[in-house]
Design a protein. Structure first.
Length: 116
């Protein structure tokens, strides 16, 4: 089982980034997918989720209206489009796969830094 995040980097406030998380080794389409983030000195926090069936999405209040989560089950990939980035969005971003009754899977994370 593997989750590999990519797309992080250094951007200025107001700019955009698109994160990807490529999954392998499990039935991706059967899992709800979530993005979490962890800033230095802070606990990991949930950012967004997309369900396996139907693609229903939900967002943390701090990113609502700026971030969009999506998935491509044919490519076993989940995305996080991040617009209007703020310095407080700086964190390591992790993707997570969840299915009731099964173990959670986590990626290794990708760094996002928003700074002028």
């Amino acid at each position: 089982v593997k989750l590999v995040e990519s797309g992080g980097g250094l951007v200025q406030p107001g700019e955009s980034l698109k994160l990807s998380c490529a999954a392998s080794g499990f039935t991706f389409s059967s899992y709800a997918m979530r993005w979490y983030r962890q800033a230095p000195g802070k606990e990991r926090e949930w950012v967004a989720r997309i369900l396996s069936a139907g693609g229903s999405t939900k967002y943390a209040d701090s990113v609502k209206g700026r971030f969009t989560i999506s998935r491509d089950n044919a490519k076993n990939t989940v995305y996080l489009q991040m617009n209007s980035l703020k310095p407080e969005d700086t964190a390591v971003y992790y993707c997570n796969a969840q299915r009731i009754g099964r173990n959670d899977y986590w990626g290794q994370g990708t760094q996002v830094t928003v700074s002028s």
